[in-house]
Design a protein around this ligand. Structure first.
Ligand code: ADP
Ligand code: MG
Length: 678
């Protein structure tokens, strides 16, 4: 890359260190980066309206002469107004500028400018307050940039203009010519120019099309590269027998879906290439048993297994579950967390490195550089959306003792539509658990207003009296400033002092020390605590069969899928009778009512996820947190369906022709893919 392309923002005259830092926070470090800071909409300064014809209350652009130098008016509270009048032959418009003496001083009487803003009218005259002002040469579509924090859209526009002048000519085309022609896409430099300085909305749209194509195309190439790159590597071929044996000796009868999923994965693992498979299954569908069977198989085949969980709570619980399931089978899992004492950690690490330790459960701690395995055969990643794409692979990097790459099995309880799954999990094969264990009753769900809270709590107490346990979920740890949200800490105190004075009440939230969390969770699992007041830390995976009632405070604060995940913490054991979930919410707008109705009506996680998508849009649902993919600037995975299809087709074809993007004409693409997944 040439020097100019890399010109650091900091060294540009007029940017200044402070602004350079702000830009850096937005991911803009060089002049070239500015080209990829896209506007999110445009203001039409090309369409000039006469003062008399200007629509009231809507943004418009007026071209007019300044009548006299703005006159300063001091108001109370230190406010200053500058007033003048402008004329365009059709009429006179009063102009008010707030506080900006600098802007006011720039307006020269008798000169003509563009004024962009909203016109209002009183009985005296038409007026425009706080207009944007520009020289008449700026009568065109002007971009509006979404980056605000300390940097205005106009400041950014000026910087981008500079980037367009200085580095755009050196930007190299990314796409092979034939491909670009085939999909009727603009050349890259033309698209970059047109998205920042379009001649018309059409040309801006064409530019967007090209640049969004690039995003989705690179994304899919990256995922395919992971998948196909994996296919070129070697993994241990493991006999499928032990996995199936394991299923047969579980304390319960496996569902048909569990058997099928285990067969699919075991067949993958029997091949000498790395498995990359995702197991999708609703909460409570029994994913853990499938994972355990596969881990057992790895160990029986003479290899090591690792189970990766997103939280310490979940890692601990998996550890306990596996300990139970592996009882009497020869291999006992160890647990490795950030909080594991140093001496113990050292021992576990040594065991993993020497191969004497066959099975480990852990959190991100397992991804540390200094952890290596002698013969790692399988990595299971639970709640995989909590990890990034790169982390899915991280554990497998360092298999010191073996040249072979471990198999990878990811699990997720957040189902998504097939077309999206193909992109988001483009690097994975998919199995589905579409069946719940028998005898599982749907969780009965009710929604009530805060007025009924006391009755709800008495209903909870009744369950505790019958020897059952319950959860109360609050959105926050502590009371927020406005004090309107139920906060776990205060709420727990209130309950302990009040209605639950004679019960054992525990408190669980993310700010507790790991040791404390562990103690609380253990006490709850052992039945020593009857009621657990908690934040959403219990959202993923927590499994205490005797807990049959859950109350969710401020339910309007949670997404549908999240409510469903939370609700999945109860009703987990057949034979416990029906379980209950009560949503408490003061919201009574139409959307809230629709959400409540849906939660009452269905226990089907797939359906709930679909509705969630439709109601909240992909921005929320597919925030980076949800899928771990690199962020997209332009493309929208939910609405750009046509582009998704085209780019997938193009990516598949290219990957077939040149899977590692090694041909010289694909080098630029290869670099771009690598950068995107950094
Ligand atoms: P999830 O898919 O949400 O991770 P889990 O693996 O935690 O679900 O399983 C939920 C509960 O169902 C656990 O208590 C587990 O022991 C139980 N379970 C799993 N499979 C079966 C089955 N086939 N029959 C009965 N109970 C099962
Ligand atoms: Mg689970």
């Amino acid at each position: 890359m040439s020097l100019t392309l890399q010109t650091s923002i900091q060294y540009l005259k007029g940017v200044g260190e402070k602004r350079a830092k702000l830009l850096q926070k937005l991911g803009i470090a060089t002049l070239e980066d500015l080209l990829w800071a896209f506007p999110h909409r445009y203001e039409d300064w090309s369409h000039i309206t006469g003062i008399q014809q200007a629509p009231l209350g809507e943004p418009c652009c007026i071209r007019a002469f300044v009548d006299h130098a703005p006159v300063e008016h001091q108001l109370r509270h230190g406010m200053t107004l500058y007033k003048t009048r402008i004329t365009d032959g059709s009429g006179v418009l009063g102009l008010t500028i707030f506080n900006s003496g600098y802007l006011a001083a720039q307006l020269k009487p008798g000169e003509e400018y563009l004024f962009y803003g909203r016109v209002s009218e009183n009985f005296l005259q038409r007026e425009m307050a706080s207009p944007q002002i520009a020289p008449v040469s700026e009568a065109r579509l002007r971009p509006v940039y979404p980056l605000t924090e300390g940097i205005t859209s106009r400041q950014l526009e000026i910087l981008v203009k500079r980037a367009l002048d200085e580095v755009l000519p050196q930007v190299k085309e990314l796409l092979p010519e034939a491909l670009r022609k085939q999909y009727g896409l603009l050349p890259l430099n033309k698209a970059l120019l047109n998205i920042h300085r379009p001649e018309s909305l059409d040309s801006a749209q064409n530019a967007r099309q090209r640049l969004a194509f690039d995003e989705l195309f690179l994304l899919q190439l990256g995922l395919l590269r992971l998948k196909l790159g994996g296919a070129a590597e070697a993994s241990p071929a493991l006999s499928p027998e032990p996995a199936m044996d394991f299923l047969r000796t579980l304390p319960f009868e496996p569902t048909r879906a569990q058997v099928r999923a285990t067969e699919e994965a075991a067949a993958d693992m029997a091949k000498p290439v790395p498995m990359r498979r995702l197991l999708q299954g609703d909460v409570g569908s029994g994913k853990t048993a499938v994972a355990a069977a596969l881990l057992y198989s790895a160990v029986e085949n003479g290899w090591q297994g690792a189970l990766l969980a997103p939280t310490e709570l979940l890692a601990r619980q998996h550890h306990q579950t596996l300990q139970k399931l592996f009882e009497g089978r020869g291999a006992m899992p160890e647990l490795l967390l950030g909080a594991t004492p140093a001496a113990r950690k050292k021992r576990i690490k040594a065991g993993l490195a020497s191969g004497s330790l066959p099975l480990v459960v852990g959190t991100h701690a397992l991804l540390q550089k200094d952890i290596s395995f002698a013969r790692l055969g399988l990595v299971v990643v639970d709640e995989q959306h909590r990890f990034g794409v790169r982390q899915r692979d991280a554990v497998s990097h360092d298999t010191a003792g073996s040249k072979l790459k471990p198999h990878m099995y990811a699990m997720s309880a957040t189902p998504i539509p097939r077309s999206l799954a193909m992109v988001i999990y483009g690097d994975l094969d998919i199995s589905v658990l579409d069946e719940l264990p028998p005898g599982r009753l749907p969780v009965e769900t009710y929604c009530v207003g805060p007025a009924l809270r006391q009755r709800v709590l008495r209903y909870v107490a009744k369950h505790l009296d019958e020897g059952r346990q319950g959860y109360i979920v609050c959105p926050r740890v502590e009371e927020d400033e406005a004090g309107e949200l139920a906060a776990a800490t205060q709420f727990a105190e209130e309950l302990k002092a009040g209605i639950f004075a004679n019960y054992q009440v525990g408190l669980l939230h993310g700010k507790l020390k790991p040791k404390q969390k562990e103690q609380v969770m253990e006490a709850f699992a052992a039945g020593d605590l009857q009621l657990l007041v908690s934040t959403t830390v219990i959202e993923v995976g927590v499994d205490v069969p005797n807990a049959v009632i859950m109350v969710i405070e401020n339910a309007e604060r949670f997404g549908l899928s999240q409510l469903h995940q939370l609700r999945g913490r109860v009703g987990r054991a057949p034979g416990m009778g029906k379980s209950t979930c009560i949503l408490i919410s003061g919201a009574d707008n139409e959307e809230a009512l629709r959400r409540h109705a849906l939660m009452k009506e269905t226990n089907d996680g797939f359906r709930i996820a679909q509705e969630d998508l439709q109601m909240r849009g992909p921005g929320d649902f597919f925030g980076q947190r949800q899928h771990g993919l690199p962020p997209l600037r332009l493309a929208n995975m939910l609405t750009d369906t046509q582009l998704l299809r085209l780019t997938r087709e193009a990516a598949l074809r290219l990957a077939e022709e040149d899977p590692r993007l090694e041909l010289p004409e694909h080098r630029a693409l290869q670099n771009a893919v690598t950068r995107m997944f950094l």
